[in-house]
Design a protein around this ligand. Structure first.
Ligand SMILES: Cc1cc2nc3c(=O)[nH]c(=O)nc-3n(C[C@H](O)[C@H](O)[C@H](O)COP(=O)(O)O)c2cc1C
Length: 248
């Protein structure tokens, strides 16, 4: 089993330490930590090329694909960030922007994810909600989110955080071993229909989305969805699309 942790901290501080302490707790697991601060990630300048044409046409050449390859090779990915002003760190946000096109064309359906946000007092829940809902859209089975409080740095606090992280890792490992895909939520169905409808509306410019969705009907992969649930999801998606196309 392969686990990859991606740390969005701009330093090797508390977030990294907690991730690193898992090495000795799970010695039999092939486990690697990537610190985004050590990777070259150029700022996305919003040209839409990755979304419209495909990530291979991105004009920014950097370490994006090195990280992506490691994510694809892992069974489970731990996304960790310090809370910065009640949000993910700038590095984590940059990383998410660079991979944002995957929310259009998700494919991590057989991978499992754990999200960790560290903080001193409050805001980790917001950072985790933001990170897990967005990266969850890449197709990941979201196993859990963990808010860690690193304020006193006392031995008791450190031990408590390590225990919490061990439990979260155990949950992740167990989900990988069971190997079931999580059931799509109603929102997942709505998102699917929104993106599929947009891919039709924007097929001239958005060739990559069009190619991805053109043969898909009810969901990203073969799945029996109750007829009325699917119709309702399509209806909600239609209303959402109407909302943002009314201004045109
Ligand atoms: C710029 C900045 C903003 C921060 N904002 C928050 C915050 O909104 N809420 C909070 O509880 N802690 C906040 N913190 C504290 C960090 O989240 C906390 O110390 C974290 O564990 C640091 O992780 P690191 O040691 O891996 O960098 C902030 C720290 C920095 C440097």
């Amino acid at each position: 089993m392969k686990l990859l942790a991606i740390s969005g901290s701009p330093r090797k501080g508390g977030t990294y330490k907690v991730l690193n302490s898992m090495k000795e707790k799970f010695p039999d697991i092939d486990y690697e930590i990537i610190s985004l601060k050590d990777m070259q990630l150029k700022d996305c300048y919003g040209c839409y090329t990755c979304i419209n044409r495909g990530p291979e046409y991105c004009p920014l050449k950097d370490d994006r694909d090195i990280i992506l390859k490691k994510m694809e090779e892992a069974d489970g990915v731990v996304f960790a960030t310090p809370t910065h002003t009640r949000h993910v760190s700038v590095l984590m946000k940059k990383f998410m922007d660079k991979l944002g096109y995957i929310a259009h064309r998700p494919y991590f359906f057989d991978k499992y994810a754990l999200f960790i946000a560290t903080c001193k007092g409050f805001g980790a829940d917001m950072a985790n909600e933001y990170m897990s809902s967005n990266i969850g859209q890449f197709g990941f089975n979201v196993v859990s989110t963990l808010d860690l409080y690193i304020s006193t740095k006392s031995e008791a606090e450190t031990q408590y955080n390590i225990e919490q992280t061990v439990q979260a890792f155990e949950k992740l490992i167990s989900a990988i071993q069971i190997g079931e895909r999580s059931k799509p939520t109603f929102n997942d169905l709505v998102y699917f229909h929104i993106f599929k409808a947009i891919s039709e509306l924007n097929k001239k410019e958005g060739i990559a989305d069009y190619e991805y969705y053109k043969d898909k009907t009810d969901y990203y992969y073969d799945l029996k969805i109750p007829f009325y649930k699917n119709r309702f999801a399509k209806w909600v998606a239609g209303k959402e699309i109407k909302k943002f196309s009314e201004n045109k």
